[in-house]
Design a protein around this ligand. Structure first.
Ligand code: BDR
Ligand code: CA
Length: 333
């Protein structure tokens, strides 16, 4: 059984991320939440190349004075071919909405690759590390392959990824697949097969929360440097969502995983083992067998239960994000 013993004080978090506009906004949420002790940032390819997501993580560390080290992660999926182009139309050519980023940075990368950094931290702090993973699951799968014993030592994993059809949300890259999972479906499937406790915050809830243009404007007015930055980087993102879905604002993907960690009562959940489709037209689809249902023998048998989020109190979540950023910015002004 995974260790769930917790030490007093803030929750120690490793943030596995592919910044990315919503990744950057979620990083601020983690950094500014008093209940969180951010002990590491690990990068993965996804919203941009690994060069760019790592550079962006370092830039965010420098720009916001974040203490946590940045460890560079996977530059390709476990099995799939590398895609030609990252999604520039969503996150901009530089992954951060094309806001200017200095050519040279004064902060440097951690000496370990991301998956070894994860192993190292989990072994140093058994039962205490929570991993918030909001990109592809490649670093987690690599860590597991190298040291399967860490599954028993991680406190909790909260991921943004997948979709289970709740409230009509089943995919954003294909009709049945979400970006972080279809980007490396083999890694996600390996991660779900391990017996560490995973909470999946998927499109079912992230697409039920919208930060409207008015919300972003108020954040810009009240949250100082952080509010201005969130506004600046999200212009491209907002244009994409307006064109792709017709919403006036942005879906709140990666910050929803942080919200679960800070206040799980915001979410309704369901448990059961999860498989990921790794080939064919449904590649990237996440399928959970509810633990309350029995079926004839199948591929879900013998797999550990994990938790998925099926509904969210969007108003309370948006208030929590807003207040955390405003308070965090005021404390650092
Ligand atoms: C996820 O994909 C990425 O584009 C976002 O950063 C988020 O993690 C949403 O499907
Ligand atoms: Ca992301």
């Amino acid at each position: 059984m995974p260790k769930t013993a917790s030490s007093p004080g803030p929750i120690k978090v490793i943030y596995d991320t592919d910044p990315g506009i919503d990744d950057a906004m979620a990083l601020l949420f983690l950094e500014y939440a008093p209940a969180i002790d951010l002990v590491g940032i690990t990068t993965v390819l996804g919203n941009a190349s690994i060069e760019t997501t790592t550079r962006n993580a370092l830039f965010l560390k420098q720009y916001f004075g974040i203490q946590a080290p940045v460890a560079r992660g996977a530059d390709r999926p476990l099995v799939l071919e590398l895609a030609d182009e990252p999604p520039h139309h969503i996150h901009g050519h530089n992954g951060l909405g094309d806001v200017p980023i200095p050519e040279t940075l004064s902060v440097t990368e951690h000496e370990l690759p991301a998956h070894r950094f994860i192993i190292d931290m989990v072994r140093k702090h058994p039962g205490e590390i929570t991993i918030v993973a909001v990109g592809r699951m490649t670093n987690l799968a690599l860590a597991l392959r190298e040291d399967p014993g860490i599954a028993d030592l991680v406190k909790e994993i909260v991921i943004m990824g997948g979709a289970f059809g709740y409230s009509g949300h089943s995919g954003n890259v294909t009709p049945v697949a979400e970006a972080n999972i279809i980007g490396d479906p083999h890694a996600a499937d390996e991660m779900f097969a391990a017996s560490w406790p995973i909470v999946v915050v998927g499109l079912d809830v992230t697409q039920e929360c919208v930060m409207s243009t008015a919300y972003m404007q108020e954040l810009r007015e009240k949250a100082g440097k952080a509010g201005q930055f969130c506004w600046d980087i999200s212009r491209v993102y907002e244009d994409f969502y307006r064109a792709a879905t017709g919403i006036d604002g942005i879906f709140v993907h990666d910050s929803s995983a942080v919200a679960y960690l800070l206040d799980p009562s915001l979410f309704t959940t369901r448990t059961g083992p999860i498989k990921v489709v790794t080939e064919g037209i449904a590649i990237g689809q996440t399928i959970q067998k509810p633990s309350t249902r029995s079926f004839p023998p199948g591929v879900w048998d013998g797999l550990p239960d994990h938790t998925i989020c099926t509904d969210v109190d969007g108003k309370r979540f948006l208030d929590l994000y807003f207040q955390t950023i405003v308070d965090g910015a005021a404390a650092r002004a």
